[in-house]
Design a protein around this ligand. Structure first.
Ligand code: NAD
Length: 488
């Protein structure tokens, strides 16, 4: 395992608090949840299992801290976030190793996530002091129109396992900048990073109760009473569309303000005039970043028939040469999937495509008998009825289909209930802009296989969600607009 020794792993795991973080104190749950290393199935640590009643205590703490935090000067809020950014960057190696251990991604990618995740704190530390309103004269004169922005109030954040740090900072950053307190519930599969983050925020000077962390094996039972409590003012969720739908229903009760970052089914469209070097590089990123376990992962390769053969062969050569293994080992490019169920799902989707006539260019099977590894896989001739075209694969499998006219390519790209991101490769500016306008997604990558950027609004349309994270838009999700009419 190269430079990472067992002692180093124990040191990093041992430094993570394992309790519930409520009102600035670490407390025990009413049981424990084991956290597993997906590369070998071994238990890394055990964290507190919060009961629903303990979830409510976390909400109590967030509610109690709300008034003072909202009144804390924007510069002070921003400086705490800025310190948290600096501490995260200084501890890149610890956080990266922690994520690789609990989630599986290769260390180099985990380091990338630390930078990406930390950047949300830096970005929103700068936004905290730029919250502003408007003052105008009514068109008919007389009345003055004053609009002000106020923090929405206590926030409940629920995050997924695939980006254990960034999905948290993307919510905590803007919430704190806006003056909102937070209860965060990380995914039960990867809770350690959020617990380490809570400890870091305290070190950065965050007052007790402003961020509270509850880890639990009973996500539904713990979350529902919090969501239905009228003291909660905002729910921000990143995860699957089915769970998101359920949470929107629960939120309807008290007309809760919600942000939903849900599933994707990204089309990756390669036009006849694409630069194939760029398209293959882009495909490697869009497909293989995070082992394919990203909401933004290219899920359907839609390639013009004139370049499909060359693109497929080149992609298969690159994917087939990738080194699969434990993320902490030197040179590894593809780590394990998150668990056995993920491997089974990918295997079933591949079997279904093959049953319907697809051909394997590379991969097509599990790897090894320990941990949850699946080989980078390229399939061609995938019929449009294959289940993987309508379901998130969430693994290292690239299915390729072809198209003729631009209209056909765009119609295929839009033929999904999802609308998070799309990728398009073309050397024509006119085609790029036309296609970007016609794609029914919240984000489009033109000649690039990655769009995530803390300075840009991340989010989807259709069943991929509501709201945006990052950019100038990100903080708006945590602010209410109040209008005051003044007679002069
Ligand atoms: P998931 O929906 O199973 O779980 C997400 C979170 O919701 C976890 O914390 C889980 O414990 C919690 N949860 C599950 N059931 C719940 C319930 N009934 N009530 C309250 N909370 C509940 O998703 P996942 O498997 O952790 O993550 C993968 C999914 O997340 C994929 O669909 C992926 O596309 C999506 N995702 C989206 C984005 C985005 O920004 N759009 C980013 C990353 C991941």
């Amino acid at each position: 395992m190269a430079g990472i020794t067992a002692a180093r792993i124990s040191e990093v795991i041992g430094a993570v608090p394992t309790g519930l973080f409520i009102g600035g104190d670490w407390t025990a749950g009413d049981g424990k949840v084991a956290v597993e290393d997906p590369s070998n199935g071994e238990t890394l640590s055990e964290v507190a299992d919060a009961s629903p009643a303990q979830g409510m205590l976390a909400l109590d703490a967030a509610v109690a801290a709300q008034k003072d935090w909202a009144a804390t000067h924007p510069r002070v809020r921003g400086e705490i976030l800025r310190r948290a950014f600096e501490l995260l960057i200084a501890r890149t190696e610890d956080f990266a190793l922690l994520m690789t251990l609990e989630m599986g991604k290769p260390l180099a990618e985990a380091r990338g996530e630390v930078v990406y995740g930390a950047e949300f704190f830096r970005w929103f530390s700068e936004e905290a002091v730029r919250i502003a309103g408007r003052y105008a004269t009514a068109p008919s004169g007389g009345t003055r129109l004053l609009t002000m922005k106020q923090p929405v109030g206590p926030v409940f954040a629920i995050t997924p396992w695939n980006f254990p740090l960034a999905m948290g900072t993307r919510k905590i950053g803007p919430a704190l900048a806006a003056g909102c307190t937070v209860v965060i519930k990380p995914a039960e599969l990867t809770p350690l990073t959020t617990l380490a983050l809570a400890s870091l925020l305290t070190e950065a000077g965050l007052p007790a109760g402003v961020v509270n962390v509850v880890t639990t094996s009973r996500a539904g039972a713990l979350s529902e009473p919090i969501i239905r409590d009228p003291r909660l003012r905002k729910l921000t969720f990143t995860g699957s569309t089915p769970v998101g739908r359920k949470l929107i229903e629960q939120s309807a009760q008290q007309v809760l303000k919600v942000s939903m970052e849900l599933g994707g089914n990204a089309p990756f469209v390669v036009f006849a005039d694409a630069n194939l070097d760029r398209a293959v590089d882009g495909a490697m990123l869009a497909k293989m970043r995070n082992i394919g376990e990203a909401c933004t992962a290219a899920n359907r390769f839609i390639v013009h028939e004139s370049v499909a053969e060359e693109f497929s062969q080149r992609l298969a050569a690159r994917m087939g040469a990738m080194v699969v293994g434990r993320g902490i080992d030197d040179g590894v490019q593809v780590g394990p999937l998150i668990n056995d169920a993920a491997v089974e799902k990918v295997s079933e989707l591949v079997a279904d495509a093959l049953d319907h006539g697809a051909k394997v260019l590379t991969g097509g099977d599990k790897v090894g008998d320990r941990g949850y590894f699946y080989a980078p896989t390229v399939l061609t001739g995938v019929p449009r009825t294959a289940r993987m075209f309508s379901n998130e694969i969430f693994g290292p499998v690239a299915p390729i289909t072809t198209f003729g006219s631009d209209d056909e390519g765009i119609a295929l790209a839009n033929d999904t209930e999802f609308g998070l991101v799309a990728y398009a490769f073309t050397e024509s500016l006119t085609r790029a802009l036309t296609v970007a306008e016609r794609l029914e997604t919240g984000m489009v990558g033109i000649n690039q296989g990655i769009v995530s950027n803390p300075a840009a609004p991340f989010g989807g349309v259709k069943a991929s969600g509501l709201g945006r994270e990052g950019g100038n838009e990100g903080i708006e999700e945590y602010l209410e607009t109040k209008y005051v009419g003044i007679a002069l």
